[in-house]
Design a protein around this ligand. Structure first.
Ligand SMILES: C[S@@+](CC[C@H](N)C(=O)[O-])C[C@H]1O[C@@H](n2cnc3c(N)ncnc32)[C@H](O)[C@@H]1O
Length: 214
């Protein structure tokens, strides 16, 4: 089991409270950005669904939710909320994911990509499972939060004592393009390193649309 899954198994029961302690609002920002593209009964795949903090909003406006996550304990917390149609334990770095090709109107991923180095393989799989014309809504950490160093490739960083992977915006936009997605919206916002500090890091929320051509 990868460390990023194990750490969530340990922290699952406190996860929602901890997101609130960090004053984390990334899930709300992305939902607001997506709202125009959502239809009742549309199908949504949340990759790294965790406790369902992000995708519960989409269930509330009538979408049908499938969630993948490596952590059984996070899935257990999510199951208690009773909004998801299907929850599957799966390591996202293992391909193919156990879902049908071209079956989702929306793919969502919040708070997950900083655990994954090989985003190219993830985007290839997101493209496989998304319907033509469907949407991909996600969030990344961007390492280029100052003008001093401009990274071109994903880099490992230490945030609040944990190793994370930060993905430069230009790298992600090029990868989206390579995998048949067009960026519709992009917003940068700051999130706190820990509840005890005012130090912040740069996140990006991105909504992209898959090409309609097969
Ligand atoms: C910070 S939580 C975010 C949860 C949820 N998306 C949210 O918005 O609150 C990260 C989630 O990604 C999952 N995760 C991390 N690495 C994973 C991997 N390689 N495969 C599957 N799930 C993974 C963790 O188990 C955890 O539930």
């Amino acid at each position: 089991m990868t460390d990023s899954i194990q750490v969530h198994d340990y922290g699952a029961a406190e996860y929602d409270k901890s997101a609130s302690d960090y004053e984390w609002h990334g899930h709300e920002i992305i939902f607001g950005m997506c709202y125009d593209y959502l239809q009742p009964h549309a199908t949504l795949l949340d990759i790294g669904i965790g406790t369902g903090l992000s995708s519960e909003f989409y269930a509330q406006v009538g979408l049908e939710i499938t969630g993948l996550d490596g952590s059984l304990e996070m899935l257990k917390q999510c199951r208690k909320k009773k909004f998801a149609q299907k929850l599957i334990q799966h390591d996202l770095t293992k391909f193919p994911w156990p879902v049908e090709s071209g079956s989702f109107d929306v793919v969502l991923s919040v708070g997950v990509f900083h655990f994954i180095h090989d985003i190219q393989s993830i985007l290839k799989e997101v493209s496989r499972v998304t319907k033509p014309g469907g949407f991909f809504a996600f969030q990344i950490l961007d390492p280029n939060d100052s003008h001093e160093i401009q990274h071109q490739e994903p880099v490992k960083q230490i945030r609040d004592g944990f190793e994370v992977i930060a993905h430069p915006l230009t790298y992600i936009l090029a990868a989206l393009d390579n995998h048949g997605f067009t960026k519709l919206k992009q917003v940068g916002f700051l999130a706190k390193h820990s509840p005890q500090t005012d130090e912040e890091f740069l996140c990006r929320a991105i909504i992209a649309q898959k090409s309609r051509a097969e």
